[in-house]
Design a binder for this molecule. Sequence first.
Ligand code: ADP
Ligand code: TZP
Ligand code: MG
Length: 280
Amino acid sequence: MASFRDLSRASWGSEAWKALMRVRDAAPVVQCITDFSASMELMASAVMATGASPAMVHAVEEIREFTASRANAVCINVGTLSPEWLFSMKVAAAQAEELQKIWVLDPVGAGATKFRTAKCLELINLRPTVIRGNQMEIMALAGASASPNKDGSNPTSDGLEAAKELARISQSIVCVSGAMDLVTDGKRVLGVSNGVPMMHKITASGSAMTGLIAAFVSVHPPPRALEAAAFALAIFGLAGELGMEKASGPASLAMHLVDALHQLASEESLVTSRIKIGQI
Ligand SMILES: Nc1ncnc2c1ncn2[C@@H]1O[C@H](COP(=O)(O)OP(=O)(O)O)[C@@H](O)[C@H]1O
Ligand SMILES: Cc1ncsc1CCOP(=O)(O)O
Ligand SMILES: [Mg+2]
């Protein structure tokens, strides 16, 4: 994959800090439609610890009202996909699109079954602002064949090309997570190298991360969405690095990562000095 330049650009760190402070000041409501048992708790805790306000609202009877009048952003995660929930997801996504609200898709397991891939592509037709998945998911949605990448390693050049292609087709910002996360609008590419490998072993770390992207992008909408998504990935990764100093495995890392997200609010110099974002 192409190299990672510009790591030392000092302003990335201070811009990430300002972005975090804007999330805390605005406390955007992030409506999450996400899988019931695997990710709901960690996602809500991470979004709240970042200073946003999570709302796990998925009943179709209240979605139109809630999305229109309460939500600042919608985060849709297809983890435990079922027809009833899919209907709720589509109603919320269509509503967000119509009202020009930020909505973010986490295509969990895209490529695992034809049904899941097809339904994710139908959701993408409803024009998410951002799509965040791991390399296998993004490659499946771009129509590329993915080789197994089970260890959260660096996205490959095929993964980067798939992300750019998906961004061009969907006109969404596309994020590929891994040891180095990639964020692209199809032309520009940012890389984020904060984080620790153990994050990949936490069930629902990806889902929680996508919730943070929704929070950051809701207060930094396009044309600032590309940078905002990178800031969310970097802040989440930095929280993972700090959490790992106290953790002994994935379960305690999840807890310490959430605590670190909360504590980062008072750590300006630490955030500004340790954020690792660069141009690819
Ligand atoms: N090897 C790694 N090194 C550092 N951070 C990682 C690594 N693998 C994953 N992460 C981080 O863990 C989070 C979840 O990413 P990932 O495991 O790829 O998502 P998913 O759980 O959806 O497959 C992201 O913030 C990502 O940056
Ligand atoms: C295990 C599992 N099964 C369906 S959703 C889910 C969790 C998704 O985890 P992640 O957010 O880390 O991709
Ligand atoms: Mg995932």
